[in-house]
Design a protein around this ligand. Structure first.
Ligand code: PGA
Length: 247
């Protein structure tokens, strides 16, 4: 399983970041899971500079610019130089700040150009009985991937993060049956966008209130390849319990 810890802006101090990194290193050496930390940019470089462990690092976002006169921007090249091998792109919290499909596609390209693995986040705000949420998610994926070359598309990790499930508790996360159904649907959409490629090879993550309590059921039998974990990733004990719960 690929487990990405999205620290968001929850972690702001070096001491807490170091503690979480030490926990992740211990967990990584004791399990088969691929653990990726996505700290705020200044803390990422603090931790990744001396990283010799199996833990990998991710940007929470990358700039739509490629450098030069762009004060305050963190480019994909700067993240790659700082040791990030993944880049979260299109998170709903960034989309809510006005990020467009075109910007998201540009960011995916920048991350790929730097040899990073982009993690494209998609997900509906709410579910409706008619199933419009399915076409909404399809449109988000299509808008991002159709702007990429076919071989680039195959390198993207997809994170399905329904907005209605984010930042709550395990009881509010998607239920395993609905997740299994969504994963099948996502594979169908990917098959259309990746002609000639095996859609089973694209890694699909779920994010939205993944906590230790529900993690095993969400992982087993649903077809997901891992999780994008927010609030449950910023407490060492909770994160350890979560990783250990996932078989
Ligand atoms: P959450 O966040 O685990 O706190 O719901 C997930 C995410 O937004 O990536």
């Amino acid at each position: 399983m690929l487990i990405i810890a999205n620290w968001k802006a929850y972690v702001e101090e070096a001491a807490q970041a170091k503690k979480l990194y030490a926990t992740a290193k211990r967990l990584a050496s004791a399990s088969k899971h691929e653990l990726v930390l996505a700290p705020p940019a200044p803390l990422l470089s603090l931790l990744s500079a001396k990283n010799r462990s199996r833990v990998a690092f991710s940007a929470q976002d990358v700039s739509a610019s490629t450098g030069g006169a762009a004060t305050g921007e963190n480019t994909a090249a700067a993240y790659a130089a700082a040791g990030a091998s993944y880049a979260i792109v299109g998170h709903s919290e960034r989309r809510a700040m006005g990020e467009t499909d075109a910007t998201i596609a540009l960011k995916l390209r920048h991350a790929l150009a730097e040899g990073m693995t982009p993690v494209l986040c998609v997900g509906e705000r709410e579910r409706d009985l008619e199933g419009h949420y399915l076409s909404f998610v399809r449109a988000e994926i299509t808008a991002a991937l159709e702007r990429l070359e076919p071989k680039e598309r195959a390198q993207v990790v997809l994170a399905y993060e329904p907005i209605w499930a984010i930042g709550k508790t395990a009881a509010d996360a998607i239920n395993p049956n609905d997740l299994a159904e969504m994963v099948l649907y996502l594979r169908k959409v990917l098959a259309e966008l990746l002609p000639g490629k095996n859609p089973a090879k694209t890694r699909i993550l779920y994010g939205g209130s993944v906590e230790p309590e529900g993690a095993r059921d969400l992982a087993g039998g649903t077809g997901v390849d891992g999780f994008l974990v927010g609030h449950a990733s910023v407490d060492p004990k909770t994160f350890s319990n979560l990783v250990r719960a996932v078989l």
